[in-house]
Design a protein around this ligand. Structure first.
Ligand code: FAD
Ligand code: FES
Ligand code: FES
Length: 1334
């Protein structure tokens, strides 16, 4: 760093240690400082934009004015290093470690099974830790608020919440500590259960929280704050300078001379702009030490709040003020409190400033509409003096611009008291309930003087319906001076509809939804105002209860997790079947767990950044790398010409180039890579590469485009059973329908990461890669470099999540990285940015499913003809296998006597899609279940009856002639109905719907039958290598990779049982191709089945070898036997090889045995849906799964819950948006919403079917990684059920179309409220929509 200090050092503390920094680069964040400079790698990089929480740390500061210390959580990826003067930072390493003591938060999250892959865990720990520092006995609401900004892709949050719940005072419920039957199960009985139910964890074991053990705030910082004379700090970096003034006067002077320089407070707006939009500010002014910006003062008219106050401070200030005044005076305060509670995440609110939010002028700012409606004003200062600027329509000039002049500084904001008869309300609707920018947000105020219902003043502002916060002035004019009644309001809706017009191709899309929300919010305001007028006796009519709208329920209650006991005669030492904690959970919670990018830099290491195509289909005319090569730190640019070996990968007869040479076929297609000394330099180099293109005609994006041009990857597949054509002639009714299922981004918390290190001799390479399939990575590196596989060793310690996305795409990236390592002869690291990862590596295939179904009036389905089109993208990848799996599951649990399914992988100019948990099955079943739903609706029967009627019964055979017994599936179905109290609740739902006009409940119960193992028989083999050392410690290596699914934990359990030693003596270090070669991918839910057998065989071999020694010395110990074995020359190392089942599928004959067995499950969900906004909450979920005898119930329940939540995301939340030219818009957590803690079902019960076994897999268990993902669809169908109830209010009956995901947008439009019906439909074809419907 070539930075130069011009005044003062930054002095701060990290984990109790003093850091003095005089050369801070203004572009350095605390996160990179921690990870790269201090090697504190526990704090993770997940997105870099404040959207995932993986980088959470605690910031503590001393406030001399109040002599108090404040602690708050913050995203270190947005905290500029230059801003840390005087702060004490605590990272996950600072609160506990395995070397000293672990902190109770770390212990409880680990022991409650809240850490799977562990990548999100340090962030979770720090959010919770900070909460406890401020409130040692938090409420559940505090916990869910604290965790709302922390994303986890693995666990489904329930175990994290349960671990944290143990700190709550109210955690006194009989089973809040993770056990089964409980008062909360609706079971009021207080009788003691006959026998103790097994628990997932035991709360009694936990260390107590002892606040006296925490790090103290450094006295030196207190002294510094009390006595030190603040001085201006100035820093210069490579591109930017930073000044931190200490007085308002100095600030004004600085701003006068540098009007374009931004004022950086929380850096939550400026930071992401620099990072993601490439904005460069030659000078940044940081006024965080200018005290005048933080002053608060009260006047008889209201309160002035310093513009520098954080949003969290404003929130607590207003909360403090509200009880001090009569209710009528604080209407505006309360509306702001409500918005502030929902804005961003806790970490964002803790740093983002009030003034920053206003001045950033986001079109969908949550505060500006309320501030404007509430007649607030901003006091600004410049060297011309002070002035007050009203926050009104004239304030918001254009996108991101206000009427405040560039040289002016906002000093404070005035929030007035309201008057008697004045009501203020705020509403917002967002893609996810929490930690998400709003789609539409609003502030509304009305004033009725002197007990009248005639409006004297009204003000309505919206965000999210244009480039600025907008005033609905005409609508207000239609209301003012009129009585607040139906006539006025119905005119107001019409005026509003004309006033706020969004063109059909408006940026952001969702045009009809956004327009309808503006109306719905005004309607909600109307209901609340009527209620108020009634309370004040201004009007006499009661608002019928049915018409009222209450907020959706939100408190997460303890759930149940039921699993089988181990047999009574099982030895206590034998861990199989017990809920053993993930073997790395503790080191994951302490931040000691090492992920690929945590590996220390090697000498001379380079970083690789990719250059990708900005065109969907074009010829590359020229590649100009000259400018990039001149930039500081850039070492080389790698193109296809540099590849010494194979430049392509061939799959199913299709070649895929590693780097495009002549032509690109999607936006995001990799073209070349820049290597440089640091990641920043590599990225700047990549941005400087110039490519000229010649567009090729007619890129294909949608499946419809591909069908029209017959653009498919061969082979296409068909399965037919019975005679479908004939059967259609004999049925009572025929129905045709279709459903479109959107794709899904893996969103593993750890992005694609790898480090390729040349050993230095004989073309030998070590590759440290986050991959599910080390052997494939090894092969691709070897082929690409043109060297034998024996020169490449691929090491995988663990992955921070994978979900199918770290197989083929990772291998290609590793191939490219290895070329750079080979060419430069230096170690090369490549870690994709979140946005790049999302752009380049594809995800789950979007599918269009069309069906024709023939059925009898009694509900029996006699014939079904289904056509699947999967959008495969520009390269074949594994798409032919995905469509095969789609067809092999299309019967789900139903015995359709005549069934035909066809599937095609469409070749388009989209990024190539790949494996994703479930591998096509969720899409396949979604189409079938939609068909079942339609049949039920056509017949006017409950959908569960139609499902039940058509289920397989007795000895059964699939459409591809595989025999199986559906008995356990039927047991799951019955048990799920029973456990969920289905019939009674169904009635209650119908009752609820009668009593509520605007909110509806819906229920659905959905079954699954999921085939386990690979139809490609060779992929079912596995091997393990087990070493016993002479001290008795055991090292197990096997072919499976650890991605959070707990395979190493289960392998440790297997080895423990077979060697008859405690798990603590067994260690698993990594998966590597030089220990266990020629492995298969950890995929298809088959990892434990295959590798477990291999480990078992190896351990049995060793145990038998030790038998003579044991016989000789029966009283000896494990250690004495192993030592003796060595002296007796008995090999203490063994390989276990498991051949795996011989499975096959003959596609010509349409028959086979592609699976070893089936996993069965049933899920019942109930949702509550707000028909006016499309917001919903999953009120309760009950899952019953047959997974045989679980090897580890906590791990398996974790897989079930995690997969369910991923399915909930797939089917109700996660939406990939592409521009009309094929560019992915949704390239980060701000735009792409995976489920958050706010999406956890309020009651989440999981039951493992009892008394079941599976003769086909290890210890009678079943694979469970993938199946439960489809169970998330029951939320979709419950939403559809609720929407059907809402539609019936509008007189709409019969089947209706609802595509997946059922986002609030789709759900709201499906409800067809009077407001959505007012929106005039735009003529298709008359405009270019903002986003493609792929
Ligand atoms: C992940 C994430 C989620 C978010 N979610 C929401 C949400 O749900 N709703 C919502 O409304 N917002 C949301 N935001 C936006 C956030 O509230 C704003 O970015 C924040 O309030 C800006 O404040 P800051 O102090 O961080 O601004 P900075 O980034 O420090 O500065 C922002 C801009 O404001 C100017 N500025 C700052 N202070 C002053 C001043 N005193 N006088 C003049 N100009 C000033 C700066 O010059 C700069 O141009 C989110 C942001 C992120 C990163
Ligand atoms: S890395 Fe900081 S919030 Fe995602
Ligand atoms: S455990 Fe949370 S992301 Fe993996």
């Amino acid at each position: 760093m070539s930075s130069k200090k011009e005044g003062g050092d930054i002095c701060f503390f990290i984990n109790g240690k003093k850091v003095t920094e005089s050369h801070a680069d203004p572009e350095t964040t605390l996160l990179s400082f921690l990870r790269e400079r201090l090697r504190l790698t526990g704090t993770k990089y997940g997105c870099g934009g404040g959207g995932c929480g993986a980088c959470t740390v605690m910031v503590s500061r001393y406030q001399p004015a109040t002599k108090t210390i404040v602690h708050y959580s913050a995203n270190s990826c947005l905290l500029p290093l230059c801003q840390l003067h005087g702060a004490a930072i605590t990272t996950v390493e600072g609160i506990g470690s395995t070397k000293t003591r672990i902190h109770p938060v770390q212990e409880r999250i680990a022991k409650a099974h809240g850490s799977q892959c562990g990548f999100c865990t340090p962030g979770m720990v720090m959010s919770m830790y900070t909460l406890l520092r401020n409130k040692p006995q938090p409420t559940m609401e505090d916990i869910t608020q604290a965790l709302a900004g922390n994303l986890c892709r693995c666990t489904g949050y329930r175990p994290i919440v349960d671990g944290c719940r143990t700190f709550c005072q109210e955690a006194t419920c009989c089973r809040a500590s993770g056990a089964a039957n409980c008062c909360l199960n609706g079971d009021e009985s207080t009788d003691e259960p006959e026998h103790e139910e097994p628990r997932l964890f035991d709360k009694e074991e936990f260390l107590p929280l002892d606040p006296t053990q925490e790090l103290i705030f450094p006295p030196e910082l207190i002294l510094m704050a009390e006595t030190g004379k603040p001085q201006t700090l100035t820093f210069r970096g490579e591109r930017m300078s930073w000044v931190s003034p200490v007085s308002l006067e100095e600030l004004v002077q600085l701003k006068t001379s540098n009007p374009k320089a931004p004022l950086v407070m929380g850096n939550t707006h400026v930071g992401p702009d620099i990072k993601f939009k490439g904005v460069v500010h030659p000078l940044i002014i940081s006024p965080t030490r200018v005290l005048e910006l933080f002053e608060v003062s009260q006047t008889p008219q209201g309160v002035w709040v310093g513009a520098g106050c954080s949003l969290a401070e404003v929130h607590s200030l207003l909360e403090k003020l509200v009880p001090q005044f009569p209710e009528e005076k604080t209407e505006l305060f309360r509306a702001l409190i409500q918005q502030l509670g929902n804005l961003g995440s806790q970490q964002i609110r803790n740093v983002a400033s009030f003034g920053g939010n206003i001045m950033s002028a986001y079109p969908n700012s949550d505060l500006n509409p309320v501030l404007a409606a509430g007649n607030c004003k901003v006091s600004v200062i410049s060297n011309g003096g002070r002035r007050e600027v009203p926050l009104n329509q004239d304030f918001f000039v254009s996108f991101g611009k206000t009427s405040v002049k560039p040289e002016e500084i906002a000093v404070s904001v005035f929030i007035p008291f309201t008057r008697k008869g004045e009501f203020v309300r705020a509403f917002r609707q967002a893609p996810r309930k929490e930690s998400s920018f709003a789609t539409v947000t609003t502030g509304m105020r009305v004033f009725f003087p002197g007990g009248s219902r005639v409006v004297q003043d009204v003000s309505v502002y919206y965000g999210g319906v244009g480039p600025t916060t907008v005033s609905a002035a005409k609508t207000c004019a239609a209301i003012v001076t009129r009585p607040w009644d139906d006539e006025t309001l119905s005119r107001a809706y019409d005026v509003l509809l004309d006033e706020l017009v969004l063109p059909p191709s408006a940026p952001g899309g969702k045009v009809d939804f956004r327009r309808s929300l503006t109306l719905s919010f005004l309607f909600k305001f109307n209901l609340e105002v009527l209620q108020k007028l009634r309370e004040m006796d201004v009007i006499a009519e009661e608002l019928p209860e049915r018409m009222q709208t209450q907020p959706l329920p939100r408190e997460i209650q303890p759930g149940l997790q039921e699993f089988q006991h181990v047999p009574k005669d099982q030895s206590n030492q034998d861990p199989v079947g017990r809920p053993i904690m993930h073997r790395s959970a503790i080191v994951q919670t302490t931040g000691e767990a090492v992920y690929c990018d945590d590996l220390p830099r090697t000498d001379g290491e380079l970083f690789l950044a990719l250059v990708t195509s900005s065109r969907a289909h074009a010829k590359i005319l020229a590649l100009d790398v000259s400018e990039a090569l001149q930039l500081p730190g850039v070492v080389d640019v790698i193109t296809a010409k540099d590849i010494p070996g194979r430049k392509v990968r061939t799959l199913f007869g299709y070649d895929e180039e590693l780097l495009a040479e002549a032509e690109v076929s999607c936006v995001g297609h990799m073209i070349c890579a820049v290597v440089a000394d640091t990641r920043t330099h590599a990225k700047r180099g990549a941005a400087a590469v110039k490519i000229s293109y010649e567009d090729l005609p007619e890129p294909l994006f949608t499946v419809e485009d591909a069908i029209e041009k017959s653009s498919f990857f061969e082979p296409q597949r068909i399965i037919e059973r019975g005679n479908v054509t004939e059967a259609f002639k004999t049925v009572d009714q025929v129905h045709e329908g279709q459903i479109r299922i959107g794709g899904q981004e893996h969103f593993y918390m750890e992005t694609q990461s790898m480090l390729v290190v040349p050993v230095g001799e004989e073309t030998e390479f070590n590759a440290y890669v986050s991959t599910q399939w080390p052997t494939l990575t090894q092969e691709v590196i070897a082929e690409t470099l043109g060297i034998p596989s024996n020169r490449v060793t691929c090491h995988v310690k663990r992955m921070g999540g994978a979900f199918g996305g770290k197989v083929t795409k990772t291998a290609i990236l590793a191939g490219i990285t290895s070329v750079a390592a080979w060419k430069t002869n230096r170690a090369v690291r490549c870690v994709l940015e979140r946005g790049e990862d999302m752009l380049i590596t594809g995800g789950r295939h979007p599918v269009l499913g069309k069906y024709k179904v023939g059925f009898m009036n009694d509900g029996r389905i006699m014939a079904a003809d289904i056509q699947y089109y999967a959008n495969a993208g520009n390269a074949v990848d594994e798409s032919p296998l995905v469509i095969e799996k789609i067809l092999l599951h299309m019967d789900n649990t139903y015995n359709f006597p005549n069934l035909r399914g066809r599937a095609a992988a469409c070749r388009t100019n989209m990024p190539s899609n790949t494996a994703f948990r479930g591998f096509g099955v969720p899409q396949s079943l979604m189409v079938v279940e939609n068909m079942m739903n339609d049949v039920a609706v056509v017949l006017g029967r409950p959908a569960d009856q139609i499902r039940e009627l058509n289920m397989y019964r007795g000895p059964s055979v699939t459409p591809y002639k595989m025999e199986f017994s559906p008995e356990n599936m039927l047991r799951c179905w019955e048990e799920c109905k029973l456990k969920s109290d289905y019939s009674a609740r169904r009635k209650a739902v119908d009752q609820f719907n009668l009593q509520n006009r605007w909110k509806k409940r819906g229920m659905a119960i959905i079954p699954i039958k999921y085939g386990i193992a690979f139809a490609e028989s060779f992929l079912n083999q596995a091997a393990a290598l087990v070493h016993i050392y002479t001290d008795g410690s055991v090292l197990v290596t096997h072919g499976g990779t650890e991605m959070g699914q707990g395979i190493h934990t289960k392998m440790q359990q297997v080895a423990s049982r077979e060697l008859h030693i405690p798990p603590a003596k067994i260690y698993i270090s990594e998966t590597s191709t030089n220990t266990v070669p020629n492995t298969c991918p950890s995929a298809a839910s088959f990892g434990t089945d295959a590798n477990g057998m291999a480990v078992k065989i190896a351990c049995q071999t060793l145990y038998q070898r030790l038998e003579p020694i044991r016989k000789k010395d029966p009283k000896g110990s494990w250690e004495s036997w192993t030592k003796a074995a060595f002296f007796e020359k008995i090999s203490l190392s063994a390989v276990g090889y498991y051949r795996g089942p011989d499975l096959y599928m003959d596609w010509e004959k349409m028959e086979g045995q592609p699976y070893l067995y089936f996993v069965f499950g049933v899920c019942c969900c109930e949702v509550e849906l707000d028909g006016l906004t499309g917001d919903y909450r999953t009120v309760r979920t009950d899952i019953v799964v047959d997974i045989g005898r679980s090897v580890n119930p906590s791990v398996d329940i974790g897989q079930i819950e995690g997969a369910f939540m991923q399915g909930l995301g797939l089917f109700t939340l996660e939406e990939l948006k592409f521009s009309p030219s094929g560019l992915l818009y949704t390239r980060g957590p701000s735009q792409y919403k995976i489920p958050g803690v706010c999406d956890v079902p309020l009651r989440f019960n999981v039951y493992m079917l009892s008394d079941t076994h599976n003769p086909h897999a290890i210890y009678s268990s079943k694979g469970i990684g993938e199946p439960a993902i489809f169970l998330g669809s029951s939320v979709f169908y419950a939403i559809k059920d609720a929407a059907a109830a809402a539609r019936s209010e509008s007189g709409l009956v019969g089947p209706f179309s609802l595509d997946s995901p059922a986002t609030p947008e789709r759900a709201c439009l499906a409800c067809a409220s009077p407001f959505t019906q007012k929106i005039p439909a735009s003529k298709p074809g008359s405009f270019t929509p903002w986003a493609l419907n792929i």
